[in-house]
Structures are given as C-alpha cells and as structure tokens.
Write a protein of this length. Structure first.
Length: 84
C-alpha cells in the first residue's frame, strides 16, 4: 500500500499529514504533481499496468490505496479530484 500511496500522492498517507513537515521527503514524480490531463496521467496508468502484469499480488494493495484516496477525496483540491 505504501508504494502506491507514494506513487499517487508523493508521500505516505497517515493520520497526521502535515504538509510542512514532509516537504523535503516529497516525491516529485507522482500523479498529483502532474497536470490534470489524460496525456499527463497516461504514463502513470501504463506504469500501473506494467507493474500489475509483472506482480499480480500488488493488485490488492492498489485497490486498498484507491479506496483510501477516494475516502479522503474531500481533502484534495478540484485538480487533485480530477486526477484521481
């Protein structure tokens, strides 16, 4: 799950997600850091597809991460909601 959290958001989601504390540890290449267009998100989708073909046991982790992100959707801005 942590792997997908970092790929989607750039950081590990937790109960205390204070942005100022983790700015140094942010991953700059993540879904939320890209533009909200299909062309910008497509490389991430292809990456997920490649990972799922090679490591099918990660599907459950991806699903649980997506559920977690969708439950926290109200905390994202409009662009972040569009990307997810």
């Amino acid at each position: 799950e942590t792997f997908f959290e970092v790929v989607f958001t750039g950081w590990i989601l937790g109960t205390s997600s204070e942005k100022t504390e983790r700015e140094d540890d942010d991953l700059k290449l993540n879904v939320l850091a890209s533009e909200a267009t299909r062309e910008a998100i497509l490389p991430y989708i292809k990456f997920f597809q490649m990972i799922m073909r090679k490591k099918p046991f990660l599907v459950k982790g991806l699903e649980s991460t997506l559920v977690k992100l969708l439950r926290q959707l109200e905390f994202f801005d409009d662009e972040g909601k569009t990307k997810l």
